[in-house]
Design a binder for this molecule. Structure first.
Ligand code: SF4
Length: 452
């Protein structure tokens, strides 16, 4: 029996590798390959010399603490996380967000909600944030109505589907229509695990195990499904706006990272249930943010008002940004508006959040200008000055590299207020006049106006 260590380091992996540095995997050494395996940038099959036993041992070592479950076509992956805290490694699969619809909605409302999910896209720091799935609820309890709603929805969307019914007959009929799209089937309970499990096997679809605020009952439902040969299981411990719900989420994720082999499953949170219990969109939004922060791998929302959605998709983006790699943009010379030889030249760093804030402030101030984006490895202005990624010599170098001097008649540069301390040295090194700009880029428009 191999001891499974979740936070395996490169050395733990290296000892199973052939150690011949043949480079056939695309890496220079077996040690480099082992580091890339941890990062999930290469796969075990990329090494042609791995022996069967080593392959199996490494598969077990590298298996994520939380099993990954894939549903929908195109696919949505949930779970697959290795660590409890993001800073221990990183999180890999962001919380998938589904919006609910139900079989008592009028045609128009149904189409409107589906269209909203299809088209929802929000650009933030260079990333397009979207919604991943539609959860279809059998609110009527009627098999035919659910059937029709599922059929209609499938016609109108390519998003992944979650089929939600307590009635296995309704699920069966719906799966006859959309089983090939690999929907997530909701839900197997202590009373229905057999029928719902059989459907999951028959249609080869992942399934949700549900037990309301009862972890041992949840465990026995998962066990029963596992005994039927089902491995793609998502767990729903019930969603309420109370501390029990969060306790359950935390307990489940802790046990997964402590190598629980039953409850090591992606967690489903349903803030929509909070909405239905309270009729309060704000409470639902709060539940969603708490659930995402505390390990929900998939959530179902009801309220699609933008004030509720935006903070949560922004939070999700922040949670799932790799803490080891600051988000960055391409460095170089950017032009805003129609700059000419007299236009101002500004400087910033390539930390994405800084860049997009500065860019949007320049755009809203309608300033025609050049912006030099210095490569600081994605570090913001103040920290980059402290760490010397933003120094007078580096700015001088980027002035030469960008060829900005050929585009302008003046030699004046506005540097961020937070980089004021490099101004003297920069003037000496570059021969440019350095203006210390505002600390807050929202002041750029007024600053440029004053300097004209
Ligand atoms: Fe090492 Fe295998 Fe990569 Fe060759 S292919 S360098 S043996 S890991």
């Amino acid at each position: 029996m191999i001891y499974v260590r979740k936070k395996a380091g490169p050395l733990d992996i290296y000892k199973y590798l052939p150690k011949i540095n043949c480079k056939k995997c695309g890496e220079k050494t077996c040690m480099a390959f082992s580091s890339q395996l941890i990062e999930r940038k290469v796969e075990l099959k990329d090494c042609p010399h791995l022996k069967r036993e080593s392959f199996k041992a490494l598969e077990e070592i590298l298996a994520p603490a939380v099993r990954e479950v894939v549903f929908g076509k195109p696919t949505v992956s949930v779970g697959g996380e290795k660590v409890l805290y993001r800073h221990e490694l990183t999180y890999f699969n962001q919380t998938a967000i589904a919006i609910d619809i139900h079989d008592e909605m009028g045609k128009e409302e149904l189409s409107k909600r589906i269209e909203f999910v299809n088209n929802f896209a929000h650009e933030r720091i260079g990333e397009t944030l979207t919604l991943q799935a539609i959860a279809i609820r059998n609110r009527s309890g009627d098999v035919e109505k659910f059937d029709k709603c599922v059929e209609e929805t499938a016609k109108q969307t390519k998003k992944a589907l979650i089929l939600c019914s307590w009635n296995s007959e309704a699920l069966d009929k719906a799966l006859r229509i959309v089983g090939d799209k690999k929907p997530l089937v909701y839900a197997a309970t202590k009373n229905t695990w057999k029928e719902v499990g059989e459907l999951a096997v028959k249609y080869n679809c992942p399934v949700v195990a549900f037990a309301d605020n009862d972890i041992s009952e949840l465990k026995s439902v998962v066990n029963a499904l596992q005994r039927m040969g089902i491995n793609d299981i998502v767990i729903d411990p019930g969603s309420h706006l109370d501390s029990c719900t969060l306790n359950n989420f935390v307990m489940l994720r802790r046990s997964a990272t402590n190598e629980d082999k039953v409850l090591n499953r992606p967690i489903l949170g349903i803030p929509a249930a909070v909405y239905l219990q309270s009729g309060d969109g704000l409470k639902e939004a709060m539940a969603a943010s708490l659930m995402m922060a505390k390990y929900a791998d998939l959530i179902i929302l009801h309220n699609i008002e933008i004030w509720a959605l935006l903070p949560n998709i922004t939070l999700r983006q922040n949670l799932y940004t790799d803490p080891r790699r600051p988000v960055r943009v391409e460095a170089g010379l950017k032009e805003f508006g129609s700059p000419d030889e007299n236009s101002p030249v500004l400087l910033t760093t390539n930390f994405a959040l800084t860049y997009y804030t500065v860019a949007s402030d320049i755009e809203s101030a309608k300033v025609d200008c050049y912006l030099i984006v210095l490569d600081t490895n994605g570090i913001g202005v103040e920290a980059a000055v402290a760490g010397r990624q933003l120094s007078a010599s580096r700015v001088k170098k980027v002035i030469d590299e960008t060829g900005i001097e050929k585009k302008i008649r003046h030699k004046k540069m506005v540097i961020p207020g937070l980089a004021a301390r490099i101004s003297g040295e920069l003037e000496q090194l570059s021969g440019w006049k350095v203006l210390i700009g505002p600390k807050d880029s929202s002041e750029i428009g007024r600053f440029i106006e004053r300097e004209r």
